[in-house]
Design a protein around this ligand. Structure first.
Ligand code: NI
Length: 256
């Protein structure tokens, strides 16, 4: 069994065949999926998908690249929604300097709100960072001083030192399809180095399809390719990798 800890199942890329996508995941042994929100409306859709599908769970939050959503009224909806049934995480939140969509101080303020809500609710936080390792670490170090950090650096693509410090701060590190791409030797080296009790796998679908599906629409069933790649670099069997990442995901997100 595998758990896809990060799937944008509400994406319109799945409008034509969402039920089949979920069924294919189940058939492939991906028996739990976390539908990860990007806005308050997306969070409502993720909660509805979780209500309708046994193996689907939801996260609620606002992605830093959705500037129109980053205001008080949207945040109030997230705070309401986080108590809904089958909500297992907050996010995705974080910082992104790659896309210049949102003023950076606004991204920081909303990342801070998610971290604070995580302390208040005990829900783990799903963290997106792109081209801003130092900024993210600054905020995470500050947050760690206020209480234990509970969450995951999702679709990790940063520096080895960043991954190591995130682990030290108490976070998990999750890998998506990028780890399978031929040129990403350094990322595979990082995946090898993460302690066995902190590593997770995900698809981040519909984006980032792993080899050999690269370039196509991604879906939760494909998480097995990422798992196989990481099992290979760690020198363990696919079964062992599935066992440890599933145990980690269950513990972090309190999944059945
Ligand atoms: Ni995502």
């Amino acid at each position: 069994m595998l758990i896809d800890t990060h799937a944008h199942l509400d994406s319109d890329a799945f409008d034509v065949d969402r039920a089949e996508v979920i069924a294919r995941a189940m058939a492939a042994g991906v028996q739990r999926m976390i539908a990860v929100a990007t806005t308050a409306t997306s969070a409502e859709q993720c909660i509805a998908l979780a209500a309708a599908n046994d193996g689907v769970f939801a996260s609620v939050g606002i992605h830093p690249n959705y500037p129109a959503q980053l205001h008080d009224a949207e945040w109030a909806r997230i705070v309401d929604l986080c108590r809904s049934p089958k909500v297992v995480a907050l996010g995705e939140t974080g910082l992104d300097r790659h896309w210049n969509d949102t003023p950076f101080p606004v991204q920081q303020a909303f990342f801070e709100r998610h971290l604070q809500l995580s302390r208040e609710t005990g829900l783990p936080v799903i963290i997106h960072t792109r081209e801003c390792d130092a900024d993210a670490l600054d905020m995470l170090r500050a947050a760690r001083k206020l209480g234990p950090l509970n969450g995951v650096m999702h679709s990790f693509s940063g520096q080895a030192a960043t991954a190591a410090e995130c682990v030290e701060l108490g976070l998990h590190v999750s890998f998506a399809g990028m780890v399978t791409y031929k040129k990403n030797t350094e990322l595979r080296e990082i995946a090898r180095s993460i302690p066995a009790d902190r590593i997770l796998v995900e698809t981040d679908c519909p984006y980032l399809a792993p080899e050999p599906k690269r370039g196509k629409r991604n879906e939760p069933a494909n998480v097995v390719h990422t798992a196989q790649c990481i099992a290979d670099v760690r020198g363990i069997s696919l079964e062992q990798l599935c066992e440890l990442t599933t145990a980690n995901a269950r513990r972090l997100f309190r999944l059945p």
